[in-house]
Design a protein around this ligand. Structure first.
Ligand SMILES: [Zn+2]
Length: 223
């Protein structure tokens, strides 16, 4: 689904997370999250449908290391050699093929070790396709989960921290923390967001701040 001229949503199939393709006319593509590796053909077909070549995937950013977001990383790296960008707090889980934090042990039984080229830090900016995405570390679902926020276009890529319609991420996986998630949601609720691009389920294409505020409120009642 085309979100804008420079952002496409590849909807998660089955166990896959949503994937976001960021297009830059000169530099190629950045992929945010890879999905589980079961639907690689679907991702490649989508990229070709929008007139791009998968060889032009230059970067992959993971919103967090769970296998439904990261399981496709190793084949992408082997085949297309993008640079891998993961939050400094949980990059080790990708480099060491950690079965616990990635949930690979629970769902798949293995996780390839993959080199992380750039460890993302809170507050730094990743610019691509005319967007300046600020890296915001939002612990709660996992300790090193990140959101990407473009203040100018009011776009928030939110991983599994916050979803549409008042939903939010689970806190019962390793390094999950309800109090931290509440803090993260309360912070995200202060941002001016029009477009919310979450790790699962529907994107929100207008007045997304309303959805995030509802999530922060519901979390306070439920967790
Ligand atoms: Zn997750």
């Amino acid at each position: 689904m085309k979100v804008s001229n420079s952002i496409h949503l590849v909807e998660g199939q089955g166990f896959d997370s949503n994937m976001y393709v960021l297009l830059d006319d000169e530099r190629g593509m950045t992929l945010v999250d890879t999905g589980h590796d079961g639907h690689r053909r679907y991702l490649v077909d989508y990229i070709k449908e929008i007139g791009q070549e998968p060889e032009n995937i230059k970067n992959v950013i993971l919103t967090h290391v769970h296998i439904d977001h990261s399981g496709g990383l190793s084949w992408l790296v082997k085949k297309y050699k993008p640079l891998v960008n993961v939050c400094e707090i949980e990059a080790y889980a990708i480099e060491e093929g950690d079965l616990e934090l990635t949930l690979a042990g629970m769902f798949k039984g293995f996780m390839d070790e993959t080199h992380v080229d750039r460890q993302l830090k809170h507050g730094e900016t990743f610019s691509w396709g005319g967007h300046d995405f600020e890296v915001i570390v939002t612990p709660g679902h996992t300790k090193g989960g990140i959101c990407l926020y473009d203040r100018k276009s009011k776009v928030l890529i939110s991983g599994d921290t916050v979803f549409a319609d008042g939903s939010f991420g689970r806190v019962d996986f390793p390094t999950g923390d309800a109090a931290e998630l509440q803090k993260s949601l309360d912070f995200l609720a202060t941002l001016d967001v029009e477009i919310l691009l979450p790790g699962h389920m529907n994107a929100v294409m207008g007045d997304a701040s309303r959805h995030i505020k509802t999530s922060a409120k519901f979390a306070r009642m439920m967790i």
